[in-house]
Design a protein around this ligand. Structure first.
Ligand SMILES: Cc1cc2nc3c(=O)[nH]c(=O)nc-3n(C[C@H](O)[C@H](O)[C@H](O)COP(=O)(O)OP(=O)(O)OC[C@H]3O[C@@H](n4cnc5c(N)ncnc54)[C@H](O)[C@@H]3O)c2cc1C
Length: 497
């Protein structure tokens, strides 16, 4: 049998692609090497306890947000989803300041202004909110968009001249330049706060990311944010619940092509398709290709897009009989972490009523932080083990400093994840996670596209335009499928407008 498409990888990108292609009647087969879907947004099990791999905040179940459109296409009722709105979305700790990131814009602004008062703060935050809103409103007008096709870019520019002529400059100036033009005497704590929020969503600091992109990251708590019972990948599992063509624990080993047909060799056998979608990264998808298909594009990408991050993580369980942990996400900003090169970490706690994630009265915790990959390279087994211990101690010390009540809670099953761990489980290049950094130096016209030099082979996921998280990856999948399947473009626009 020859499939229309084979999809390699069941992360957000792979699963979203599966749904869209099925919606236009394509015969699709998806392979996932792990026993769960979701990849970086997965939920793994260890000794009977469940933990979030990384992602834990769900954004975008409303209106024209990408996930909401995907649910409509999958014909899934939002009421089926095991979600709970969260507000505030995160509580951020910077030195002696505590900032609750509320959904309501005015309330959110007041929190920020309380900690970092400045007479121009109101004008600045109005501008940030407005910029983010305009971007969301105009995003779909770009699709289908191929950042590598210069003619398409010129066409898109003229078709969307209203947007670009008014807002283009915000893409050219860094967040730092624009923010400092309003708050020239900005304090270090305020910068640290802004940087932590921008890095989390854009993978870059305020001097590397445009004001336009940064404004979308800075305002994500103002969109609808949700906690997902049983882990964030439940959303994906529910969308493909009755699908038979999803093969788990079946790793794809090699892809070759004979005439126009791809041969996909997996652990379970050989499969054939007309086209292949790889839910792999732009840095390493070539590794899976047979010599005859091998291309230098991955090497070029490694050189060109070299400002990449991985993540370090702590997974553990905590007994919290008195439900002291009544929020879901905390972010702690600290001095430089020598074991990761970053300045903050993000802590997610399972909901007190989450009977899937919680076990024997213990709640599930994931702490994640940006991590420089080279800090974890070339270590002996002994050094690696020692470094993991030191990383754990550093994070726990900062945690106890900011949330001292943790000291009185029973903690067990602590596990430390590093770039090596992400590499081992998700097979991503050097454990690179968080997707393509949305830096100005890459510019929108230079972002990696999911179209590869190999005819019929495409990349989906957070390393191609427009980037990471549920909103970014799903939007990227809309883009690729619209570029390669004309039928889909028609359905897509019906759902948006
Ligand atoms: C620590 C952390 C926290 C985050 N927090 C959030 C958050 O709160 N909210 C949010 O929206 N986003 C968050 N993100 C970002 C988000 O998780 C990712 O951008 C997104 O999950 C990436 O999806 P993807 O489809 O690109 O790829 P991946 O998640 O990398 O999925 C790829 C899949 O392909 C599989 N695979 C690879 N090779 C093969 C093969 N040869 N054969 C078969 N299968 C294969 C892998 O096992 C994996 O399941 C976070 C990311 C991290 C790392």
């Amino acid at each position: 049998m020859i499939y229309d498409y084979i999809i390699v990888g069941g992360g957000i990108g792979g699963v979203a692609s599966y749904i869209l292609l099925k919606s236009i009647g394509k015969n699709v087969l998806l392979f996932e090497k792990l026993d769960y879907l979701g990849g970086c947004a997965g939920t793994f099990e260890k000794d009977g306890y469940l933990y979030n791999v990384g992602a834990s905040t769900l954004v975008g179940l409303k209106d024209n947000m990408p996930l909401n459109i995907l649910l409509k296409i999958a014909q899934k009722d939002k009421k089926e989803l095991p979600v709970k709105p969260i507000d505030p979305s995160i509580i951020v700790f910077v030195k002696d300041k505590v900032i609750k990131r509320y959904k309501d814009k005015q309330k959110a602004f007041e929190e920020i202004n309380k900690s970092f008062y400045h007479k121009n703060n109101k004008i600045l935050w109005d501008k940030i909110y407005k910029t983010a809103d305009i971007n969301w409103e105009n995003l779909y007008k770009l699709i289908p968009f191929n950042p590598n096709d210069k003619i398409d870019i010129v066409k898109k520019f003229f078709l969307n001249c209203g947007y670009f002529c008014k807002n283009g400059l915000k893409l050219v100036f860094s967040a730092k330049d624009v923010i400092k033009s309003y708050v020239p005497d900005i304090s270090k704590d305020y910068i640290d706060f802004l940087n932590s929020q921008i890095l989390m969503t854009s993978q870059g600091y305020w001097d590397e990311v445009s004001f336009s992109i940064a404004s979308m990251g800075l305002t994500y708590p103002n969109l609808d944010n949700y906690y997902v019972f049983g882990g964030i990948n439940q959303i994906l599992e529910i969308m493909v619940k009755d699908e038979k063509n999803i093969k788990r624990k079946d790793k794809v080993i090699k892809i070759s092509k004979d005439k126009d047909i791809f041969k996909v060799l997996s652990k379970s056998g050989e499969y054939y398709s007309k086209k292949v979608l790889l839910n792999k990264t732009i840095w390493d998808f070539c590794e899976i290709l047979d010599n005859q298909l091998k291309d230098s594009i991955c090497e070029k990408n490694i050189k060109k897009y070299n400002k990449i991050w991985s993540s370090a993580t702590l997974y553990f369980n905590v007994k919290d009989d008195k439900n002291i942990l009544n929020e879901h996400h905390y972010q702690i900003i600290h001095e430089k972490n020598p074991y990761t090169g970053s300045y903050s970490f993000f802590l997610s706690v399972s909901d007190k009523d989450d009977n899937i994630m919680n076990k024997d009265g213990f709640r599930s915790i994931t702490i994640s932080t940006h991590c420089k990959i080279d800090l974890w390279e070339n270590l002996t087994a002994e050094e690696y083990k020692e470094k993991k211990e030191m990383l754990k101690d550093f994070i726990l010390e900062k945690l106890y400093e900011k949330l001292p009540f943790f000291k009185n809670l029973e903690i067990k099953n602590i596990m430390v994840g590093t770039p090596r761990t992400f590499k081992r489980y998700t097979e991503r290049y050097k454990g690179t996670v968080g997707g393509i950094p949305l830096l100005m130096e890459y510019t929108m016209l230079n972002y990696p596209s999911g179209i590869t030099p190999i005819n019929g082979l495409y990349i989906v996921g957070d390393s191609v335009f427009p980037g990471q998280g549920f909103p970014g990856v799903i939007l990227g999948v809309f883009n690729i499928i619209s570029l390669i399947e004309r039928d889909f473009s028609e359905i897509f626009y019906k759902y948006i407008f």
